[in-house]
Write a protein that binds this ligand. Structure first.
Ligand SMILES: NC(=O)c1ccc[n+]([C@@H]2O[C@H](COP(=O)([O-])OP(=O)(O)OC[C@H]3O[C@@H](n4cnc5c(N)ncnc54)[C@H](O)[C@@H]3O)[C@@H](O)[C@H]2O)c1
Ligand SMILES: O=C(O)C(=O)C[C@@H](O)[C@H](O)[C@H](O)COP(=O)(O)O
Ligand SMILES: [Zn+2]
Length: 359
């Protein structure tokens, strides 16, 4: 069992191991009621989990993937907690991928102005990123994650035994955030993948367990220093670092009507950010090509010609890093070194977009 401590406002542990789920009862600290939010595909496992808990459990099945992150589903969850008599000593468990844990986190943040939350991520992306760090929220028609709150979990259980049923495309999508962690902070992640990409995709393998643990290490270190995402000036060391590739990525998700997986959109977003960094003279060609090789090695997309760049540019204006009308990009100026570039020239954005399809 590996344990990574997150020392933000309320310290908590991320436990990573096959079988970590057995620790859930301790994390609930004797609450009388527990709500487990889960997607349809995990219904049987959620029922089995409920049977093991010394509490009255409400099973809240929510729609799959991004369809869970809507105001309507959020309101249905509140109604159910009300009907089942949830009080401030009760708890919410997010049992699923990042979409489920984002929704569950926001339910926990808003019910009675905040109740206990435990996240149990069941995807690679959820383990490495979404379930850790206390960003919770939903989408609205104007864009991705535009409504939410910071609400830290009391604990995170990454049970590696849950991964073998994950569809290969979702496993690959999770690798985009793992690769992100490599480029922004831990280049050993990139070396491990480059040494044996196939091994990295084995859901029962030691290589994936190590990549997940290293990725969580990056996330935990960053959020421990800057939970609420301060506005970086110049070099980025705070939470905005974790948003590498997300400015364009979130715009692609919205433009696709959330047909694109988050990790796939972020893959294109990182390829774009690398091209933009290069176009602005911040990184050399080798580092750009390394992005394309690593992402394509997992069959992740590095271009998105089906979208109109003008529409994506418009959606990027609502990125949370934007200040006033100034777009702000997290760009690399070296391996594991990033800076904020505010208001890059519009023609540099278009040029970076056009280069994507040409590699
Ligand atoms: N809060 C954060 O800090 C943060 C960080 C990164 C991403 N996110 C969010 O996370 C979401 C993406 O997360 P995701 O990639 O986990 O997507 P997801 O939650 O949509 O899960 C992907 C798919 O896998 C299925 N699934 C989940 N676990 C399974 C299992 N063990 N076996 C079989 N199927 C399983 C789900 O039902 C879904 O169809 C996005 O909404 C993104 O915005 C949040
Ligand atoms: O934890 C963070 O901070 C991140 O930026 C991690 C991202 O991978 C994640 O997708 C996050 O939800 C994006 O946040 P947002 O504030 O841009 O919605
Ligand atoms: Zn992300």
């Amino acid at each position: 069992m590996s344990t990574i401590e997150v020392s933000a406002e309320r310290p908590y542990a991320v436990r990573i191991a096959a079988g970590a789920l057995t620790e859930l009862p301790e994390l609930l600290e004797g609450g009388e009621r527990v709500a487990i939010l889960h997607p349809p595909v995990l219904a049987d496992r959620a029922r089995a989990l409920a049977a093991e808990l010394p509490a009255t459990v409400s099973l809240l099945q929510v729609p799959d993937a991004e369809a869970a992150k809507t105001p309507q589903v959020l309101a249905r969850c509140w109604d159910r907690l009300a009907a089942d008599g949830f009080t401030r000593s009760d708890a919410v468990v997010g049992f699923g991928g990042g979409a489920t844990t984002d929704l569950a986190g926001f339910v926990a943040a808003t019910w009675l102005r905040g109740v206990r939350l435990v996240t149990v991520p069941t995807t690679v992306l959820g383990m490495v990123d979404a379930a850790v760090g206390g960003k919770t929220g939903i989408n609205i028609s104007a864009g991705k994650n535009l409504v939410g709150a910071f609400h830290e979990p009391a604990g995170v259980l990454c049970d590696l035994d849950l991964l073998p049923t994950l569809p290969p495309a979702d496993l690959r999508a999770g690798m985009a955030e793992v690769i992100k962690c490599g480029f922004i902070a831990d280049p050993q992640i990139l070396e491990l993948i480059e040494a044996d990409p196939l091994q990295a995709l084995d859901p029962r393998g030691a290589a994936l367990a190590e990549l997940i643990t290293r990725g969580i290490g990056v996330k935990a270190t960053v959020v421990s220093g800057d939970l609420r995402e301060s506005t970086s000036v110049g070099r980025v060391t705070g939470r905005e670092l974790l948003n590498y590739g997300h400015t364009l990525g979130h715009a692609i998700e919205r433009a696709s009507g959330y047909r694109w997986r988050h990790g796939e959109a972020i893959s294109v977003g990182m390829a774009f950010a690398a091209e933009l960094s290069h176009g602005l003279g911040l990184i050399d060609e080798t580092l750009v090509q390394r992005h394309f090789d690593l992402l394509a090695g997992f069959e992740l997309p590095t271009s998105a010609a089906e979208f109109d760049f003008a529409e994506l540019r418009q959606a990027m204006s609502l990125d949370k890093k934007t200040r006033g009308s100034m777009l702000r990009f997290v760009l690399l100026d070296g391996l594991a070194s990033a800076r904020i570039v505010s208001g890059p020239p519009e023609d540099a954005l278009v040029a970076a977009w056009q280069r994507l399809g040409r590699r």
